[in-house]
Design a protein around this ligand. Structure first.
Ligand SMILES: O=c1nc[nH]c2c1ncn2[C@H]1C[C@H](O)[C@@H](COP(=O)(O)OP(=O)(O)OP(=O)(O)O)O1
Ligand SMILES: [Mg+2]
Length: 191
């Protein structure tokens, strides 16, 4: 089977995507941190995917992750990476100090393109939670401050995160699409 290229600068995403897809299709990471436009989650993921398809010149996936604070009209949203780099998990908590509503959504938008001429297809997943002072190992991004049903993502066992996360929800939709028609065969060829 041909491997499907996954263009991302984030090794933690690669680990999770491989764990979630569990060998259904072979995924080959391409370590590139592509530029990201401003816009809706869908516009950002589609644009990143078009850039990736031009570079790879063949089938490719990318994903964009957002963190939406309900009290802040869903900001930082797709700009969470820069907020996290500038403010840290502690600073992200402080943004919500004056708000009673600490609820937040983690959103993952996967985009697949068959090649440079093709329009990207989008698969989005969402996980509800709330922003709390950091708990658990600070290994991956904002995991320590995103609590879902009493546990932060950093405290949660990896197996468990990978069966309920925003990334999992998005990949369920991608797997449904792969299972339809001959889509998987089209991308990966014969076994
Ligand atoms: O499950 C997650 N749990 C905790 N943190 C997470 C998660 N997923 C993404 N993150 C962080 C990484 C980055 O700080 C930001 C998303 O930004 P985002 O542009 O999508 O990721 P990135 O630039 O690291 O990699 P890429 O090259 O695929 O764009 O949220
Ligand atoms: Mg990025």
């Amino acid at each position: 089977m041909r491997a499907l290229k996954f263009v991302t600068g984030n090794p933690n995403k690669v680990i999770e995507v491989n764990a979630i897809l569990g060998g259904l299709i072979p995924v080959e990471p391409v370590a590139l941190d592509l530029p990201e436009i401003q816009g809706s989650l869908e516009e950002i993921a589609s644009d990143k995917c078009r850039r990736a398809a031009r570079i790879i010149n063949g089938p490719v996936i990318v994903e964009d992750s957002a963190l939406e604070f309900h009290a802040m009209n869903r900001l930082p949203g797709p700009y969470i990476k820069y907020f996290l780099e500038s403010l840290g998990n502690d600073g992200l908590n402080k943004l919500l100090h004056s708000h009673d509503d600490k609820s937040a959504d983690a959103v993952c938008t996967f985009a697949f393109s068959a090649g440079p001429e093709a329009e990207p297809l989008l698969f989005q997943g969402r996980l509800e939670g709330k922003i709390v002072p950091a708990r658990g190992p600070p290994v991956f991004g904002w995991e320590p401050i995103f609590e879902h049903k009493g546990e932060t993502l950093a405290e949660m066992a990896h197996d468990k995160k990978n069966k309920l996360s925003h990334r999992y929800q998005a990949l369920v939709k991608f797997q449904e699409w792969l299972a339809r028609d001959n889509n998987r065969l089209l991308i990966c060829g014969q076994e």
